[in-house]
Design a protein around this ligand. Structure first.
Ligand SMILES: [Zn+2]
Length: 286
């Protein structure tokens, strides 16, 4: 009779709380003498013990294969996040000094090797948070920062057209690769600099050597290979070992309901910024 009762309570446990196979075996072993019935009970327990490797595999998945949403949309403070590191002063050319630690390591290696060969590389921008990007975006949106010499609320009042104009060179908050800490703007934020003697020399060095350190020019010239997205940015280089993983994760975790909280956000879906801009990169960098 006790065994029947034990079976009944075990059935309830299984139904209410998942697979407590180990608990069942332990209970039956401690409460019952070694009868044929309790030996029979132990058999399913053995089977579940054999199947035990499954749970650790499930626990590993989030940390090794899945980046938390906050890292995709810049909702972090790099100064207190162990995933981030500071770019050394000697390789800094601006006030944004943080990056993903792996990307910073690779950037420093590249800058050291470049310096040894007579090329000066400095990061003029690196990690930017959602709120950093919101300020950049809204200053353009509201006319505080001129775009092409114009105040956009006056020259381009239509919201969708205005957003597309800003998107030539600036990302909407929550969609910037600078949120990831994997991307660096190097030396100058104008393509014209890279046509000067000094700038061309740097650009040629980067084109030839940056891939050896994991970096790729994501915003290459527009054309058949890259029909949509930001205009060419010869200064913007991305550390692919981390960034390509983030890019794969991005459309899974970030939907249009997350691209919100700033002026002009409603045009994000109309323009399909995820497909046309976040994913609109140099195919060699995917
Ligand atoms: Zn950039």
């Amino acid at each position: 009779m006790r065994l029947v009762g034990a079976f009944a309570s075990m059935a309830m446990m299984a139904a209410c709380s998942g697979p407590p196979a180990d608990t069942i075996v332990a209970t039956s072993q401690s409460n019952e003498p070694a009868t044929a019935a309790s030996t029979a009970l132990a058999t399913p327990g053995q089977q579940s013990a054999d199947a035990e490797p499954a749970p650790p595999a499930e626990e590993e998945a989030p940390s090794s294969n899945h980046v938390a949403l906050k890292y995709l949309i810049g909702d972090i403070d790099p100064a207190s996040d162990p995933m981030f590191a500071k770019i050394p002063e000697k390789y800094l050319g601006g006030s944004r000094s943080w990056g993903h630690k792996d990307a910073v390591d690779a950037f420093v290696r590249m800058a050291e090797d470049a310096a040894a060969n007579g090329y000066v590389l400095k990061a003029v921008s690196a990690f930017r948070s959602f709120s950093d990007q919101k300020k950049i975006w809204e200053d353009k949106w509201n006319g505080k920062t001129l775009v092409g010499g114009k105040k956009l609320p006056v020259s381009t009042p239509d919201p969708k057209d205005r957003a597309i104009k800003i998107l030539e060179f600036s990302s909407m908050p929550a969609t910037s690769r600078h949120h990831w800490g994997t991307d660096f703007d190097i030396n100058n934020l104008n393509n014209s600099y890279f046509n000067t003697r000094d700038g061309k020399r740097i650009y040629d060095w980067l084109t030839q050597h940056a891939p050896q350190y994991g970096f790729c020019q994501v915003y290459s010239a527009k054309g058949a290979d890259r029909p949509t997205g930001y205009e060419e940015e010869k200064w913007h280089w991305s550390y692919m070992p981390v960034a390509s993983w983030y890019l794969k994760q991005y459309p899974i975790d970030v939907g249009y309901e997350r691209i919100t909280g700033f002026d002009g956000a409603t045009s994000a879906k109309d323009i399909d910024v995820i497909k046309n801009y976040v994913q609109g990169i140099n195919p060699e960098c995917k």
